[in-house]
Structure formats: structure tokens, C-alpha cells
Design a protein. Structure first.
Lengths: 309, 439
């Protein structure tokens, strides 16, 4: 459905997108996973025809979107990372305006607004002004505005940033429902749990490049020997990552806030040595858990840093 | 059709913004009411502080030599008195004693002109008023001052309707002069009557100059009248009319300021990007904003015209020129709004829009005459008023109020329309450049 070929985007000397290629198949939820600044949003902006690339080509249904953007724009729904709504208008007025812009009117528009309100769970609040909505409700309405014209391709750029768990859960359910209805979705996130839960295929991006891609299973295969150990400590000393990396059997170590994440081939065996080193550093363990390999481990393995750094 | 949707949406947003409504609609109504009431009495009074001299033409309809001869002959024939009357010189009293007075000369800069030439100068706006000393003025004044009789000597003041304050200052000065002269004449009559009653006879005239000077404080009716007319029979402007037009034209600029924020607000809200993805062209987006600003300005004009008419009893004059001028004013404001909006969009911050609202509007209001009539301002400012949209519109509205027709304000309408078109075109170029640079 969508093919990205050798895409580059430079801002001055900075390569925001550095020669990426991928393909999105009809009906799949395609994830773009990466930390902030990885180039996900720039990629999305280029696909949405908001930004021209420095180099490269994108084909939608076999046709270059740079030669003919109309076909893509009519079939594309975009959920931007920021809330792209009018706060002083009601939820209903917002949906009606965006529906109007896609050519919907009269009874058809009204019906579609009701359907979308059902999907995003805002039927009872559509008469309220958007500025009175909670952050989560705004995010849901932001999604609703992109669904009115029943797009073939929906792009969601970090749709769960900064919202409460309940709204987040609602949004994830919505994505799954839309996917079940056959909608093609490109989902960008820096939450690996969301990518794991939603996406059939995932591209992991870092510093403008795709560093790995495939299904979750395929990606985890890259680090299948690695067990993940998360240890929450009462204090972190500056050289802790290095100290842990020196333990035989530990392949990687990273620190985020008060948590040390270690990777090794056999977590159970490594534990005794790890606890000993923590004790030597005069730190205390607050919690500890051992996990099987996941996308975080893949990212750490490939880049040497944690996904949320 | 999509433009219409954008317009409806923007109008809803603007009309739901209470603070913007207060600035664009309520504040001008309050200000025009306060200024109309507060300056009702003083609007026409002079204030010479920092004021330029008012250019005035003096027209002598009389023939000094002939008047003096007639005076001598009349006295000989009617009163059998043989005097030259040279001891009283009304021309010298007017030109040297009155106009030469330091206080008066601070206000008036006069030149003597032939009548038709003076009227041409007035119509061209080169001078603010004409003072006409009528036929037989010298003769009538000598009769009034030197004999027991009183002859009317009607001074005429012709003023320009576009310069009501200057006209009123000249009129007031002439009134002061004629009041003084009337006092002198009455004093003379009292003297003559007293001399006659006491049988002093001709001796009473020996000290007439001295007594006339002492009688100048007398206050009484006058036989020397001021006939105040404006050119071509136009009427003068009232304070309520002036400030209704002044506040309206000034606050129209706030519609441009409000419109100037719209594009960047759309961009900041990400709704601009969403519209582009929805395949709405830049032209549609700009056209929508232009029409919204035009409609806001039109709504302002309609409300202010209606309010000032019903609440302040302002007579706006012929509705057709008002309609044409209002449309041109709203159009130029929309052009200005698009120009500011494009610059603001390109800059990526609201500094320019803020500067426009907080500084530029105030300067334009001052230069355009919204705070104080520009006919008492220095010549430089009077000329600068044509670079302010509100100044051009204000001049044209005042012309309609005093009775000018559509043909007389076409120059102003053209300036407004052309400015609107130019600003819009420049705005479009800046916006397109800004969009491609951002891309």
C-alpha cells in the first residue's frame, strides 16, 4: 500500500531522516518505534506531504505521492502528535468542521459523527467546548477527527503521550478495533509495550536510520539469548553501568533514573554476582525483576542505550 | 464551499473570544460615547499649546479711500459737521491692534487675498478660514465709532468643514474682536448722550479716543455681527460625529490585528497542517482569513454606525457613500490583516502582531486624527495622515457627514481599495515564501 524508498531529510547539516526504506502492507498496523528525536515525526510529516524530502521517493498505491498528493490526501487520516483541534469550539463543532473539509455534509456527516463518537467514547461530551476536556479526551477527539472520512491509511503519531492510563487503554483498544475493521495504520511511539501490543511489524529507528525491522518475533530473535534484569536502587553511582558490564555473562547495562537494566544469558546465575556488586557500591535494592527478551532489549542491543533515554 | 466552512469556523472562534469582542466591539462604543460627551463643549475651543498657526485669508471688500470720502461727505450733509475722521482708523485697529496682538498672532497666520482666490485656497485646503471685511466696512465703523449712529458692519468668517477646530478658533477670535468693538461703540454712545444731557456739546468729542479705550470692558449687544458659514453650504462637525467616526476607523485596525494572529495560531494548533493534509490549498486558507477579517470589520462598522446613530444621534449622511466607503475600509483592513498575518506566520512568533496592536495602531490613530483632529496638527502630520488607513477613512467619513457626495470621496475610496489590494498581494507573496521556507 505504501512504499518508502531511500528517504532523506536534512535540516541544515542535521540528517533528521537518513536513507530509510520500508513498506506498509494493506490492513496491517505498522509500528515506527524509536526514542524522541529518532526521526519518526519527520518521516510521518513527509509521508503526510507536509514536508518535501531532501531525497527519496514514497509510493502510495503504486503512485508517487510527490507527483500526485491528491489520492493520498483523500485516503489519509492523520492523528498528529499535538492536539490539532479548536479549543474554543465544541467537540461536535470540531468534528463537523473536519468532516466538512473532507466533503461530508448533512445526514451523512451527522451519522458519521455519531459513529466516530462511539468509537472514541465521547458521545456524552460532544456538546462541551474542547478546552474543558481532559488531556485524554482531547487525544481521543484528535483521533476522531482523523476517522470521519473513513481513511484507508491512518497515521498516528505518538497518540498516547502525556495522558492518563485509562485514556491510554481506550486509545489502544480503539487502534485494535480499527485494525480489526481492516484499516491500515502507521503507529509511531517510543513506548515499546505499545508497539509490542499493537503492531504486526515494527521498524526501530534511531538517529534518522532504521536499525532493525520485522515482526516482534523476528526482532526478539536478534537478542534471544538475552535475559533482562531490572533493578531499582536507592542510589545510583556514576560508574555503575561500567561495573555491571564487567560482570562475566552481562552483555549490556544501562541506567535510567533510579533503575539499572542489565542483559545477560542466564539471569538466575548472574543474580548473586550482581547483588554483591551493588552491595560493594553501598546501594540498596528496592525492587528487582527478570524479564524475557523484548524490544527494549533489542534497542539496547543495537544502540547501546535505553529506548527512553 | 470549503472556504465557506473555514469562514464559518473562524467567525465562531472570533465570536466566542470574549476578550477580543470587548476590544473590537465594546471598547469603541464606550470610547466614542465618553469622548462625545466629555468634549461636547470643548471640542470646538482652541488650545494653542503646541499648535501650529492657523492659515487664514483676509478679504477686503471695502475701498478705504472711497469709504473715508463718503464718511466726510455724509457728516457734512447730515450733521453739518466738518471732520476728517482720521483720528479713528478701523483698518489699523483690526490689522495692527487686533491681529498684531501677540496672543492673536500666536494663533493666526494671515494674508490678504482677493475674494475668489481666497475661496480657491480654502477649497484646496491651503487655508483654514477666510475673514471677509465687508463693503463699506471703514465707513460703517467710522459712523459707529465717531457719530451718535450705529451702522452694521457684518464680518464674515468662512471655514472649511474638514477643519472644524481651526474654523471655530478663527470664529471665536472674531467674536472676541467684535465684542470689544461693540463695547467701544456703546461707550461712545454713552459719552455722547452724557455730553448732550450736560450740554457739553462739541467738547465731548475732544477726549473721545481716551474714553473709547476706557470703555472697552463694557459688555453689551453689538451692531458688528459675525456671519459664520462654511464653504459650499456644508455644515460643521459635532464632537459626537467626529469621535464616532474617529473611534470607528481606529478600532477597525484591531480587526486587522486580530486577523494578523490567525495564521500562526492555526499553525501552532497544528490545525493548519491538518487542513493542508485535508487537501485545502494555501489560497483557500488565506482567502478564508481575508473574508473573516473583512466580515469582522464590516460587523464593527455596522454596530458602530447603528449605535452612534441611535444612541449619540450622529447623522452619518447619505447612505450610499457610507456603504461604499465602509466596504472599502473593511477591504483595506482585511488586506492589512493578511499582510500582518503573513509576516507573523513567517516570523513564527507574535511579536509583530503585538507591536502592531500596542504601538503601530496608536501611531496610526494619532497620525490619522483619531485622538485629536489633525487640522490643528503640524503640516507634516496632516500630510502623514494619508499613510494611515484610519486617517483616510476618517477624512472620507467626515466629508460624508458634512454633506459631500460619493464623487467627492472617490479618491479616499480608491486609496483604501488599492492599499487593500497591495497589502493582500504582498501578504500572499510573504506567506508563500514562508511556507516554502518552513518546508
Amino acid at each position: 500500500m505504501l512504499k518508502v524508498e531511500n528517504l532523506y531529510k536534512n535540516f541544515g547539516n542535521i540528517a533528521a531522516v537518513d536513507g530509510i526504506s520500508f513498506e506498509v502492507k494493506r490492513g496491517e498496523v505498522f509500528g515506527l518505534l524509536g526514542p524522541n528525536g529518532a526521526g519518526k515525526s519527520t518521516t510521518i510529516s513527509i509521508i503526510s506531504t507536509l514536508l518535501p524530502p531532501t531525497e527519496g521517493e514514497i509510493f502510495f498505491e503504486g503512485e508517487s505521492i510527490f507527483k500526485n498528493s491528491k489520492n493520498l490526501r483523500q485516503k489519509l487520516g492523520i492523528v498528529p502528535q499535538d492536539i490539532a483541534l479548536y479549543p474554543t469550539l465544541t467537540g461536535y463543532e470540531n468534528l463537523r468542521f473536519w468532516g466538512n473539509l473532507y466533503g461530508l455534509k448533512g445526514a451523512e456527516l451527522k451519522e458519521r459523527i455519531n459513529e466516530v463518537a462511539d468509537i472514541i467514547g465521547l458521545n456524552e461530551r460532544l456538546k462541551d467546548k474542547v478546552k474543558k476536556y481532559s488531556g485524554g479526551m482531547k487525544r481521543r477527539l484528535n483521533i476522531g477527527a482523523a476517522l470521519l472520512h473513513k481513511p484507508d491509511l491512518l497515521i498516528m503519531d505518538e497518540p498516547t503521550v502525556g495522558i492518563d492510563p485509562q485514556s491510554r487503554s481506550h486509545i489502544l483498544d480503539t487502534v485494535l478495533k480499527l485494525s480489526a475493521q481492516g484499516m491500515t495504520i502507521i503507529y509511531t511511539t517510543h513506548y515499546m509495550e505499545e508497539a509490542e501490543e499493537l503492531c504486526s511489524r515494527i521498524c526501530i529507528m534511531d538517529e534518522g536510520k532504521i536499525i532493525a525491522s520485522g515482526t516482534k518475533q523476528e526482532l526478539v530473535e536478534l537478542v534471544k539469548e538475552r535475559t533482562r534484569i531490572n533493578i531499582k536502587l536507592d542510589k545510583i553511582t556514576g560508574n555503575m553501568p561500567q561495573i555491571f558490564k564487567e560482570i562475566p555473562g552481562v552483555s549490556d547495562a544501562a541506567v535510567l533514573d533510579d533503575t539499572v537494566t542489565l542483559f545477560g544469558e542466564n539471569g538466575d546465575i548472574l543474580l548473586a554476582e550482581i547483588i554483591s556488586r551493588i552491595s560493594e557500591e553501598k546501594s540498596k535494592i528496592r525492587s528487582l525483576d527478570i524479564q524475557k527478551p523484548d524490544l527494549e532489549a533489542v534497542f539496547l542491543h543495537l544502540t547501546g542505550k535505553a529506548l527512553r533515554d | 464551499m470549503k472556504v465557506l466552512r473555514i469562514i464559518v469556523k473562524d467567525l465562531k472562534i472570533v465570536l466566542s473570544d470574549r476578550q477580543a469582542l470587548i476590544i473590537t466591539l465594546l471598547m469603541p462604543l464606550v470610547l466614542m460615547t465618553i469622548l462625545s460627551m466629555a468634549l461636547k463643549g470643548s471640542f470646538m475651543s482652541s488650545d494653542d499649546t503646541g499648535m501650529e498657526k492657523i492659515p487664514v485669508a483676509l478679504v477686503k471688500q471695502y475701498d478705504k479711500g472711497a469709504d473715508s470720502e463718503i464718511f466726510v461727505k455724509t457728516l457734512e450733509e447730515r450733521l453739518k459737521i466738518n471732520i476728517s475722521g482720521d483720528e479713528v482708523n478701523p483698518e489699523e485697529m483690526f490689522f495692527d491692534d487686533f491681529l498684531g496682538n501677540p496672543e492673536v498672532s500666536k494663533l493666526i497666520d494671515y494674508r490678504v487675498e482677493e475674494e475668489n482666490r481666497a475661496k480657491d485656497l480654502l477649497n484646496e485646503g491651503e487655508i483654514s478660514a477666510i475673514i471677509i471685511l465687508p463693503d463699506k466696512y471703514i465707513y460703517d465703523m467710522k459712523i459707529s465709532l465717531l457719530t451718535p449712529f450705529r451702522n452694521n458692519a457684518d464680518l464674515k468668517v468662512l471655514t472649511h468643514p474638514d477643519r472644524p477646530v481651526a474654523g471655530e478658533i478663527v470664529t471665536s477670535l472674531m467674536e472676541a474682536y467684535t465684542n470689544t468693538m461693540s463695547s467701544v461703540i456703546i461707550g461712545k454712545n454713552v459719552l455722547i448722550e452724557s455730553a448732550s444731557a450736560n450740554d457739553i456739546g462739541g467738547d465731548g468729542f475732544d477726549n473721545i479716543d481716551e474714553i473709547m479705550e476706557g470703555m472697552a470692558d463694557l459688555v453689551a449687544g453689538t451692531n458688528v455681527n459675525i456671519d459664520n458659514v462654511t464653504v459650499e453650504g456644508r455644515r460643521s462637525i459635532k464632537s459626537s460625529e467626529y469621535y464616532a467616526a474617529a473611534m470607528m476607523t481606529m478600532f477597525l485596525l484591531f480587526a486587522a490585528g486580530q486577523g494578523g494572529r490567525m495564521l500562526l495560531e492555526e499553525k501552532d494548533n497544528q490545525t493548519y497542517q491538518r487542513m493542508v493534509i485535508a487537501d485545502i490549498s494555501k489560497t483557500h486558507i488565506l482567502a478564508g482569513k481575508f473574508i473573516v477579517i473583512f466580515l469582522i470589520a464590516s460587523l464593527q462598522i455596522f454596530i458602530m454606525l447603528a449605535y452612534s446613530h441611535f444612541a449619540l444621534k450622529v447623522k452619518w449622511g447619505n447612505m450610499i457613500p457610507i456603504l461604499v466607503l465602509s466596504t472599502a475600509s473593511a477591504f483595506s483592513v482585511a488586506g492589512l490583516g493578511i499582510f500582518i498575518a503573513s509576516l507573523t506566520y513567517r516570523a513564527g512568533n507574535y511579536r509583530l502582531a503585538n507591536a502592531f496592536e500596542n504601538v503601530i495602531i496608536q501611531v496610526m490613530a494619532f497620525v490619522g486624527g483619531s485622538f485629536f483632529p489633525i487640522d490643528v496638527m503640524p503640516e507634516v502630520i496632516r500630510r502623514m495622515s494619508f499613510i494611515s488607513l484610519n486617517g483616510v477613512a476618517l477624512k472620507a467619513y467626515l466629508k460624508i457627514i458634512v454633506g459631500y457626495n460619493l464623487a467627492d470621496i472617490l479618491k479616499h475610496v480608491s486609496i483604501l481599495a488599492i492599499t487593500g489590494i497591495l497589502l493582500t498581494l504582498i501578504g500572499v507573496v510573504i506567506f508563500n515564501k514562508g511556507v516554502s521556507e518552513n518546508a
